[in-house]
Write a protein that binds this ligand. Sequence first.
Ligand code: SF4
Length: 88
Amino acid sequence: MPFRCSPTPTACRASPQTFVPRPRHRQGPRSMRPHRAKAACRRCLIATACLQWALSHPGLTPEGSWAATTARERALLRQRLTARFGKD
Ligand code: SF4
């Protein structure tokens, strides 16, 4: 599914360092903060499409916060969806 652009900049575009983990030695005061990323995603107008895209592209979303989910939460969601609906 193509990922539509939001009419307004999303928080992950405006402040990507909040959403993607950096190596510990390169972390700064604005480095990834899962709770901040989740709060921003909950206000995002395209969160549903973002989650669908993130779940269907595990190779492109192995880390970081997408649609208020962590990598571990997305893996769990994928497992549950696969168990319920099958591999596709
Ligand atoms: S829901 Fe997706 S597009 Fe929206 S701010 Fe979160 S990561 Fe970015």
